[in-house]
Design a protein around this ligand. Structure first.
Ligand code: MRU
Length: 356
């Protein structure tokens, strides 16, 4: 059983404050340690250090972060304005993954009903993410097997970490891999190491090892060549924000994989829950890309590798244009941006089915 990235521990009956328990991902794979967060300052710090990370997990953090802010406000005697400022700090702790702000916005309408109503809504956000991941994984596996159309297990390449650790449970792109593995349809997973913070080498490899899914870790620079040598049947990535056009922000390095996949004629698939789709953003040019400290690039596992004074350039994400994306898989269905389909198609379908 894989550990959860985030969990709510409501300890008020024994007088202790409720905590948001985070598996500290900066310590993995060697140390499995939890952070019990009770203050907004600690929560924002954990998000910015990537102790908790991955867009869908950040959705849960945003929603439960509102309860942390309400509890801290009650303990510390904050005014409503101070509480709202703290909630805004959670909402904006990282800019690219839309899920963080989305999670906050999902529960805010419950604020007038009080803390327990907000908590119930936040728990629902977490539950719904797990369900969405399982559904999109089933849809993605089915789509991919039909699209690749070979009668043998698949060789897939993935980037960053999109598994249990990046979500509330199961995973997105890695969820599709898990689904395929359950169907005995995975031969090998090429795991990009994902410099500079090694989410692939540290986290994805750890998850695949636990699941006993065959994998190899490669340097990010090896990926295009692996694809062009014909060793890969499909590239599967997650997303931090998908614009209405299908343009997709994801971990830096993703767009290069899309270009290589197009050249090789293999499918490039983006998998994400609907909470990662941002219909208010028309296209990728409007997505704010987080710039992180250049020191992360100039060091390796905390050791300086560049000459003194070297300046690191460290965009955390890039944007893959819709025309290079064969499929965006969400729990609502699959759209093919490279064929001109945009995400509003799925929104309209969902509205129609909700209306009965
Ligand atoms: O900087 P990170 O580790 O939060 O970046 C995460 C990614 O880019 C993931 O691919 C994305 O959030 C999707 S997670 C299912």
């Amino acid at each position: 059983m894989q550990p959860q990235a985030i969990a709510w521990v409501d300890g008020r009956s024994d007088g202790r404050p409720a905590v948001l328990r985070l598996l500290d991902q900066t310590r993995l794979p060697h140390t499995q340690e939890y952070l019990d967060v009770t203050t907004v300052a600690d929560l924002v710090d954990a998000v910015q250090r990537l102790a908790v990370r991955g867009a869908p997990a950040l959705g849960g953090v945003g929603a439960l972060g509102v309860v942390i802010a309400m509890d801290e406000a009650a303990r510390s005697g904050w005014s409503p304005a101070q509480r709202d400022e703290a909630i805004a700090a959670v909402r904006t702790a990282r800019p690219t993954a839309v899920n963080l702000a989305w999670g906050v916005d999902e529960v805010l309408p419950h604020l007038p009903q009080g803390r327990d109503a907000v908590l119930a809504a936040a728990v629902d956000v977490v539950r719904a993410d797990g369900e969405a991941n399982r559904e999109l994984s089933r849809l993605g596996a089915k789509w991919l097997r039909a699209r690749v159309g070979v009668d043998r297990p698949l060789r897939v390449l993935t980037h960053c970490n999109t598994g249990v650790l990046a979500t509330t449970s199961w995973g997105t792109a890695l969820g599709i891999v898990r689904q395929l593995a359950a169907e005995r349809a995975i031969e090998l997973v090429y795991v990009d190491e994902t410099r500079p913070l090694l989410q692939g080498a540290r986290l994805t490899a750890w998850e695949l090892a636990q699941e006993q899914i065959p994998y190899v870790v490669q340097a990010d620079g090896a990926a295009a060549s692996t694809i062009l040598r014909g060793l890969v049947d499909a590239v599967l990535i997650g997303a931090d924000r998908i614009a209405r056009s299908g343009d997709t922000a994801n971990k830096i390095g993703s767009v290069g994989l899309a270009l290589a996949a197009r050249e090789a004629g293999i499918p490039f698939v983006v998998a994400a829950p609907w909470s990662t789709v941002d219909l208010a953003t028309a296209d990728g040019s409007q997505i704010h890309i987080e710039m992180r400290d250049g020191a992360e690039v100039c060091t390796f596992l905390g050791t300086q590798v560049c000459p003194p004074g070297a300046v690191g350039f460290n965009p955390a994400f890039d944007v893959t244009p819709a025309r290079l994306i064969d499929a965006v898989v969400t729990e609502r269905g699959v759209v093919c941006p490279n064929r001109g389909e945009d995400l509003s198609t799925l929104a309209e379908q969902a509205e129609k089915s909700a209306a009965g």
